[in-house]
Design a protein around this ligand. Sequence first.
Ligand SMILES: Nc1ncnc2c1ncn2[C@@H]1O[C@H](COP(=O)(O)OP(=O)(O)O)[C@@H](O)[C@H]1O
Ligand SMILES: [Mg+2]
Length: 252
Amino acid sequence: MRLRDISISYGGGEPVLEGASLEVPAGKFVSLVGPSGSGKSSLLRAAIGLQKPLAGNVEIEFGRAEVGILFQDDALLPWKTARENVALGLTFHGVKREQALREADAALAKMGLQGFENRYPRHISGGQRKRVAIAQVLALKPKLLFMDEPFASLDAIVRARVVQDVVQLVEREGISVLLVTHDLGEAISLSDTIYLLSQGPRAHIIQKYDVPIPRPRSLISARAHPAYGPLYQKLWSDLSLEVTGKVAEAAE
Ligand SMILES: Nc1ncnc2c1ncn2[C@@H]1O[C@H](COP(=O)(O)OP(=O)(O)O)[C@@H](O)[C@H]1O
Ligand SMILES: [Mg+2]
C-alpha cells in the first residue's frame, strides 16, 4: 500500500496535509504517529477511500474485500451475540449462515473468547468487546488492516493484553498493517517501521524510523530489547520538537 504526496483540505481551507507519502510493504506493520490534530486520521481515511485527497494518489495492491478496518469505537450491534456480530460480516460477504457461525467461533477462539460466543456486547467487558471487534475484522481474513487508535478506549492492563494478542496474530497471519496511534511505546512494540507526521497545517512525513527488534515479539521482549529505550527517546524528542519547538527529555 502506498500513499504518494497526499494533500487534504476541508471545505477549501488551508491544506491539513500536504505532500504526505508513506508505504506499507507486504506483511509489514507500519505505524503513523504525530501531534494531535496533525492529520493522522485524515491520512488514514484517504488510504481507505473515505476521504478524497486534494492531490496525490493511493495505491493498494488488494481488493476491497481484502482490506480490514478497525476504529476506536467498536461497531458491535447490541442486540446480537458475539458470535452473531462476527458472523454478520461474513454473511454480508456471501458466506452461508452455518459456515459463517463456525468461522465466527474460530475467530473468537483466536482472540481468547471461547465460551463467550453467546454473550451480548453489554454482558462482556470493554476489553472483550474490543476482542470481538478484532475477531469481526480478522474473520474476513484481511490482507491489509487499517487501524485508527483502536486501543485508545481500553485501560492500561487490558490494553497491554489486547495489544499482545494483536502482535501475535498479525505475525502469525502475515497481515500488512497501517496503525495510527499517539502511543509511542505501542508503535515501537508493534511496528517494523514508524512514520512521524509534522505539526499541521500542511503536515507531511518528517521522519521514518526502522524498528530493529526481531520477531516473533512479545510486548515484554520488545520493551526489554536494547533498541527500545533509545528509539523511544528519539521519537519522543522528535515529536516534542515538532509540538513545542524545544528538545525534551523522554517521560518514560
Ligand atoms: N471532517 C472535517 N471537517 C473539517 N475539518 C476537519 C475534519 N476532520 C478533521 N478536520 C481537521 O483536520 C485536522 C486534522 O485532523 P485529524 O486528521 O483528525 O488529526 P489527527 O488524527 O492527527 O488528530 C484538524 O485540524 C481537524 O480539525
Ligand atoms: Mg485521529
